[in-house]
Design a protein around this ligand. Sequence first.
Ligand SMILES: C[S@@+](CC[C@H](N)C(=O)[O-])C[C@H]1O[C@@H](n2cnc3c(N)ncnc32)[C@H](O)[C@@H]1O
Length: 134
Amino acid sequence: MDRDTYEMGLSVIKKAGVEHEINFIQSPALSVLDELLEDHENRGSFDFAFVDADKDNYQKYHERLWQLLKVCGIVVYDNTLWYGTVAMPEGSTKEELKPNRLHTVEFNKFLAVDYHFQISQVPLGDGVTICRRL
Ligand SMILES: C[S@@+](CC[C@H](N)C(=O)[O-])C[C@H]1O[C@@H](n2cnc3c(N)ncnc32)[C@H](O)[C@@H]1O
């Protein structure tokens, strides 16, 4: 939803000569994913997705993305350690981190039992979870 961030990277994108490969869509992500799903040709056609948006919607993104990814396609979720709070008791978590801590704990549990994916949680930065579509 943030065009400024896209424009910050645009010079690098241009330098790499891949501007023609990019379709920047400025919109709430769920509605875009739903539109993509309406066209059956999009299903099972994506190689890669990176999710770094509103944590309370990660499960909804995942439910759509698994249908859009190819078998062996990858989706990467950012912030899946949520400042390390997912491994802390609720009581030791700063107030402002609590809501997304809960969303992230629930999302991590949901991913752990999703038989559509093989997953690996990597403790890089704020934690990324790499999911390979089976
Ligand atoms: C942490 S920033 C991502 C930064 C980006 N990954 C980068 O490295 O520049 C989160 C971004 O998600 C966007 N965002 C939050 N909720 C969204 C939603 N429902 N749909 C689409 N984008 C959303 C915000 O506008 C913000 O640009």
